[in-house]
Structure formats: C-alpha cells, structure tokens
Write a protein that binds this ligand. Structure first.
Ligand SMILES: Cc1cn([C@H]2C[C@H](O)[C@@H](COP(=O)(O)OP(=O)(O)OP(=O)(O)O)O2)c(=O)[nH]c1=O
Length: 201
C-alpha cells in the first residue's frame, strides 16, 4: 500500500475543469483530492493556426469558465492536439476521419502538444504553459488501422489514437512526456501547483 503523500498547506480545493476520463485517471493516480467540473466552452470558437497558441488559449478558456462556477479553488484545465506536417489534428469527426488521420500518422513522426492552465478562482494567479512531445508511429497495415477503429478507441482522442490503450501498440518511440500525450503533463502540473502551496509529494 502506497502512503498518501500530499503536502498541502493551501486551503484552496482542487477542481479539474475537464470531462476527460484520462485526465481524471491521472490525477487520481497521484492521490489528489479533487472535484470535476467540466468546462463547457465551444472549442470551435477558438481557431488559431498556431497549435501552441491554440492549446494554451483553450486550456485557459476552460479554466476561466470553470473558475466562474467555483469558489476558493485551484482550477486545472488542459487541451491536447496532434500536429503533423504543420496540420492540427483534433478529435476525429467520424470513423472515416479517424482512418485518414491514422493513415497520415502511419510510419511517421508527429508532435503532441498539450496546453495546461492552472489558476485560482479569484484569478489573482494565472499560469499557462505548454508541452511538446514527439511521437514516432510504427508501420500499421490497413487491416490494423481498420481493426483499431473498430475498437472505438480512436473516437474522442486527438489524432485518433490513445497511447494508453491499444494505440500504444503503434507507438514506436516517444521523446517527451507520456502523460502529456495522454492529456496532462504532470511534471509541469506539479510545479504549477507548488506555486499555490499545493505539494503533491
Ligand atoms: C494523443 C492522445 C490523446 N488523448 C486524448 C486526451 C484528451 O482527452 C483528448 C483531446 O481532447 P481535449 O479537447 O484536449 O480534451 P477533452 O475534450 O477530451 O476533455 P476536456 O476538454 O473536457 O478536458 O485526446 C489520449 O487520451 N491519448 C492519446 O494518446
């Protein structure tokens, strides 16, 4: 049994502004006590051709929108996209879209970019960062891509794959943060939470 290791002197509660089960899972693994309040922003209203600016803006907007709904809290939000040859790949619209994305990622290297925003509900402290992780995909046959799409896993995932699931079978190499690919760069999150006297260890 691993002892709970949180070293918290802040009296603010932690709020995860996300509907992503992956982000929830990651925070749970860190033994953090938090509540979930999904952000209800319309992501389509925030287009930007620069993926770094896009994920930072989206993470900040998610955090800000939830900060209006809570009090005495530290709000965490994130946004993840895949970038291949300058093209931003978000979540697939349908299975055909997922297939196109996976075919372009096939045997190639791409970047997963995650924006991370942490702020307090009074908004006197606001931090926004990003993480870039390189991922090299192995060769996938068309049959493997079809079988993968049939599992349903690609839906709801940026770039149409999940490194933490069957998608990990296609990941040959990664340079950067596994957790960031999954949606939450925890080494950066820990440093930002420290600024609120919220020590994970
Ligand atoms: C590349 C990759 C993405 N993803 C997921 C993480 C994110 O949940 C999703 C990208 O969509 P996001 O818009 O970042 O997040 P979301 O809509 O799922 O949740 P919310 O906005 O409420 O926080 O892709 C994986 O789970 N594994 C992966 O390997």
């Amino acid at each position: 049994m691993i002892k709970k290791a949180n070293n918290v002197t802040s009296n603010l509660k932690l709020v995860l502004a996300s509907a992503s089960p992956r982000r929830e899972e990651i925070l749970k693994k860190l033994n953090l006590k938090f509540t979930i309040v999904p952000a209800k922003i319309n992501e389509e209203n925030f287009s930007n051709s620069d993926p770094i600016e896009l994920v930072k803006t989206l993470a900040l907007e998610k955090a800000k929108s939830v900060s209006e709904l809570v009090e005495e809290a530290i709000v965490i939000a994130a946004d993840t996209v895949v970038v291949f040859k300058g093209q931003i790949l978000g979540k697939p619209a349908d299975e055909a879209d997922a297939k196109n994305m996976l075919k372009s990622l096939n045997s190639n290297q791409h970047q997963v970019i995650t924006g991370l925003a942490v702020l307090n509900s009074s908004k006197e402290k606001i931090f926004v960062e990003h993480n870039i992780t390189d991922v090299k995909m192995t060769n996938m046959t068309e049959k493997e891509i079809d079988n993968y799409i049939e599992t349903g896993e690609p839906m709801g995932k940026a770039g149409s794959y999940a490194i933490q699931g069957y998608g990990g079978l296609f990941v040959e190499e990664i340079k950067g943060s596994y957790h960031s690919v999954m949606g939450l760069p925890i080494h950066q999150l820990a440093k930002l939470l420290d600024k609120f006297n919220y020590g994970i260890l």
